[in-house]
Design a protein around this ligand. Structure first.
Ligand code: FAD
Length: 415
């Protein structure tokens, strides 16, 4: 049965949901408070990374967060505060930071990443889109033995789970990246990973959806719902009631505000990250994560992007220069011939990741309000999991069973 669906939030998760919903014959309206050209879905590192099988909620994350709390240029910052949503979130997050949780989460992460990879291949080969998407793998560059040991452990888990990954020494890294000097003692190589240029995919997807009749309502914030029983009856836009059969909540870290309005509880925090682009030739050919500083380096179409930092704090638009400099300086220390000018640094931009309380996304229906599907909380891998998430959203709304077990992602799961 064809439904009239509103998607609140037109980042990559909202657009991919629209893509699969229209394939099922639904009519779709995307409503976004922005002009749909900024935020996490545009500034991210572009990795499609099934090799990232360890959730953010893992042993050591909180300890590291506390250690880095007073270092203004550290890669992870958790702002302590007396706020009930934050306190509930940090309690649940801390509870999830166990080895058992990591092992239990691997299939949930892997299934969705691999489904997404297959679906993105399908989109790429459909000939409806032109966007940069390459399969060159991802290097994890290390400067210390400690990091090497940590990476070796992850590589072992990746191989156990059927992924192509291996450890490399300094010479092997040189063979892979012959045209650029790298200062590292070695690293891991996740051959299974891919990368893309986010702005290109977003632009192609928006144009495709427009051509297919999807309606876009931009610069419009949704914050008013009228309920009838256990359903949303309509939303109010400029005081006008607009009625839909179903509502997709894909508003990134703002999704908990939407949920609060209708009495649905979602443990979610915003994790700000920065990125900057170097247009000059860097000779960097293989994407890399600089393990000690947690910076991402991506050779995109026509430029190289440097990104990083996770600031878990109330949402604000402040660009912290010391964190931008930390990303740039770290990149220059791994790539000694690289120059990142003041001009590039001054143009750094940011986006907010949606951080769930256990490192797994929230995708599915609420028990309380029956005509919503929640799709958020992808942490550091929302780009990687976007097409799969869109497909699952469409399956929920079309009342179809999905090709992977969706119970892992239930927004109703207990912590
Ligand atoms: C620096 C950085 C690097 C990253 N690198 C990677 C990577 O390499 N690989 C990867 O997989 N992931 C990466 N991520 C994460 C990834 O970018 C996000 O997980 C993904 O973009 C989330 O998409 P989204 O659609 O859920 O959210 P967003 O892109 O944040 O979109 C949410 C939209 O909702 C709109 N909205 C919010 N509230 C309302 C409202 N009330 N009414 C209307 N509209 C509303 C917003 O305007 C926004 O457009 C990175 C993130 C950052 C910040």
């Amino acid at each position: 049965m064809s439904k009239n669906v509103a998607i609140i939030g037109g980042g990559v998760i909202g657009l991919c949901s629209a893509y699969y919903l229209i394939k099922e014959g639904h009519s779709v309206t995307i409503i976004d408070k922005s002009s749909l050209d900024s935020g996490a879905s545009y500034v991210n590192a572009g990795y499609l990374c099934p090799g990232h099988i360890i959730p953010l909620a893992a042993p050591g994350t909180i300890r590291q967060g506390i250690r880095w709390m007073f270092n203004s240029s550290s890669p992870l910052y958790i702002e302590p505060r007396i706020n009930i949503d934050f306190l509930k979130w940090i309690y649940a997050f801390n509870k999830s930071c166990t080895n058992k949780h990591v092992i239990n989460s691997i299939p949930a992460i892997l299934n969705l990443s691999l489904l997404s990879q297959d679906l993105l291949d399908e989109i790429k080969h459909s000939n409806n889109f032109k966007f940069h998407y390459e399969k060159k793998g991802l290097l994890m560059l290390c400067k210390t033995d400690n990091s090497m040991a940590h990476e070796e452990h992850t590589v072992g888990l990746a191989i156990e789970n059927g992924l192509e990954a291996k450890m490399l020494n300094k010479d092997e890294i040189k063979q892979l990246e012959p045209d650029v000097e790298i200062d590292s003692i070695g690293g891991a190589y996740f051959k299974c990973d891919q990368h893309s240029t986010p702005g290109e995919f977003m632009s192609e997807l928006k144009n495709f959806l427009l051509r297919k009749g999807v309606k876009f309502i931009k610069n419009t914030m949704v914050d008013n719902f009228i309920l009838t029983g256990d359903k949303i009856k309509h939303i109010l836009i400029d005081n006008n009631p607009i009625k839909f059969d179903e509502y997709v909540f894909s508003a990134g870290p703002w999704t908990n505000h939407l949920c609060n309005k209708i009495g649905v509880k979602l443990l979610l925090q915003a994790g700000k990250g920065y990125s900057m682009n170097v247009d000059e030739q860097t000779n960097i050919n293989i994407p890399a994560i600089l393990v000690e500083s947690k910076c991402a380096v991506t050779p995109m179409n026509g430029f190289t992007r440097f990104s990083g930092t996770m600031e878990i704090a109330p949402i604000n638009n402040v660009i912290r220069k010391n964190r931008v400099d930390a990303i740039a300086n770290s990149a220059c220390s791994y790539y000694p011939n690289l120059k990142i000018t003041e001009d590039v640094r001054s143009k750094a931009t940011f986006g907010f990741r949606a951080i769930s309380a256990d490192g797994l996304p929230y995708i599915g229906r609420s028990n309380k309000i029956k005509n919503i599907v929640i799709a958020t909380g992808h942490n550091m891998t929302g780009w990687s999991m976007s097409t799969g998430t869109g497909k699952l959203v469409s399956d929920f709304i079309s009342e179809k069973s999905s090709s992977i077990d969706t119970s892992f992602y239930s927004p109703e799961r207990k912590f």
